[in-house]
Design a protein around this ligand. Structure first.
Ligand SMILES: [Zn+2]
Length: 477
């Protein structure tokens, strides 16, 4: 997710939500998804037919496969609701509204059932055990009802956001939704999708493809290879602006941004800057879209969302954070549910480096760090009076954070301070070398935290102590 100035409760705290995207290693056999989708605004429904060609990745034969049903977090009575009370008024712009997914059929399976702690999983029992490296084909039919919500999946005020709308194969164990952070964990796969929309709609999406008109409807046919998910942002109100960066087209889909060329330039510059410093951007194009969204921004493979309420000063920072997720989330994956610091802290540090290179955005590296230190110290002075001060460990799953404030402070602010301290220890050149190694070696995988830490400790043994004192919560800031 991205970064946005919040003027709520205790003090002004930086909040950020961003996603990153990068390409996945082609050597590993990947699962593939083919989808035929149609969205009907009048009923707020997305009808889907999906054929999933799944590769067995377990060490043993699998008798069943489990898929995430993220859409069910939006249903009435969900135990793990997608929005905290703090953001509910901004997200649910028309008051209470609910959605959910109904899976009608799964062909190619013995049986299927909706299960999990919060109707969050689809368990499919296979006809034959799936052996490692072998494939099984399942064809699912489903309908998603979108809530009227400005969120990652919903009929928003001006933009329909489609992400996490299809049954997505779990990477490891199934997860519940979390209103804090991004609970999604997925291996890379290949996607081919056809999305039919009313004629007046334009869609920004993961993948490359074309828009045609058929029977008075707009039809998008897109392909994306080696990505963790596929997402669409659809609107009747989008204008577009385009440029090129890192050798690929960059398109900005905007609503009423008064300076669209400036926003596009910031995103394009970030893409070029990271390509040069971390390693070449992994995909054939990059899109950025403006939408009503309470959390600043959000990352999807090949696509970033920027909230429509960002200020002129916030836009370069959020664009830089979200674009960094193309490297740290999309390309190099991590367990965002169990170790949310891993991609978010890197996105924060990457954005600070980018801003240092572009002083015209009015916030240099030192200011980013100083701001994070100030925010974190304010948080800590309050938090230490009401809770065990030792509980500032960064290695916690999303469900172990009590509030937006605690999550932002420990993951984003403390995360940036962690990488700044490493920067002070190793110097800029070694920092960039460590990040290039991490990208080169782990793109296309879900990298464990130890892999990231090792890239730094190879360049300075004392880096290990910095990581452990921050991650375990023993350091004093
Ligand atoms: Zn982020």
């Amino acid at each position: 997710m991205g970064k946005k100035l919040l003027a709520f409760v205790l003090c002004a705290a930086l909040a950020c939500a961003a996603l990153g995207i990068a390409a996945c290693a082609p050597e590993t056999p990947r699962s593939s998804y083919q989808m035929a989708l149609e969205y009907t605004p009048e009923t707020r429904t997305l009808a889907g037919e999906m054929t999933a060609d799944i590769v067995g990745t377990g060490e043993d034969a699998q008798s069943s496969l489990t898929f995430q049903l993220w859409a069910n977090a939006f249903r009435e009575g969900a135990k793990y609701a997608p929005v905290t009370d703090l953001f509910a008024p901004a997200a649910y712009y028309n008051g209470e509204s609910y959605g959910g997914i109904t899976v009608h059929s799964v062909e190619g399976a013995r049986s299927f059932c909706v299960t999990g702690e919060d109707e969050n999983l689809l368990e499919v029992t296979l006809k034959e055990p799936l052996l490692p490296g072998e494939r099984v084909q399942l064809t699912m039919s489903f309908t998603v009802l979108l809530a009227e919500v400005n969120h990652r999946l919903g009929a928003g005020e001006r933009v329909v956001t489609l992400s996490g709308f299809y049954p997505a194969l779990c990477a490891g164990e199934g997860r519940v939704y979390s209103a804090l952070g991004d609970p999604f964990v997925a291996e890379c796969a290949d996607f081919e999708a056809t999305l039919t929309l009313p004629e007046g709609y334009v869609a920004a999406c993961t993948g490359e493809g074309e828009r045609t008109l058929s029977d008075g409807k707009a039809v998008y046919h897109v392909r994306a290879e080696g990505v963790r998910e596929i997402a669409f942002l659809c609107s009747e109100h989008f204008h577009t602006a385009q440029t090129e960066a890192a050798g690929v087209p960059v398109t900005y889909y905007y609503l009423d941004d008064p300076s669209p060329e400036r926003t596009l330039l910031a995103a394009a510059r970030a893409l070029a800057y990271y390509s040069e410093n971390f390693g070449q951007y992994a995909y054939g194009q990059y899109s950025v879209a403006e939408a009503d969204f309470p959390y600043g921004g959000m990352e999807y493979p090949m696509l970033s969302l920027l909230a429509a309420d960002l200020t002129e000063a916030e836009i370069p920072l959020v664009a830089a954070h979200e674009t960094a997720h193309q490297w740290w989330y999309a390309a190099v994956g991590s367990d965002q549910f169990a170790e949310p610091w891993q991609d978010e802290a890197l996105a924060e540090y990457s954005a600070a480096l980018f801003l240092e290179a572009y002083p015209e955005y009015g916030r240099d590296y030192a200011e980013c760090v100083a701001s994070a230190e100030g925010a974190y110290r304010s948080f800590f002075s309050v938090f230490s009076q009401i809770a065990d001060a030792s509980q500032t460990s960064m290695r916690r799953p999303l469900t172990a954070f009590q509030s937006e404030y605690e999550y932002r402070s420990v993951i984003y602010d403390k995360g940036l301070i962690l990488f700044d301290r490493l920067n002070g220890l190793l110097g800029r050149e070694k920092m960039l070398a460590a990040l290039r190694e991490y990208y080169r070696e782990y793109a296309g995988t879900i990298a464990p935290p130890e892999a990231l830490i090792a890239c730094f400790t190879r360049r300075g043994r004392s880096a290990e102590g910095v990581f452990s004192s921050f991650l375990e919560g023993t350091c004093v800031i």
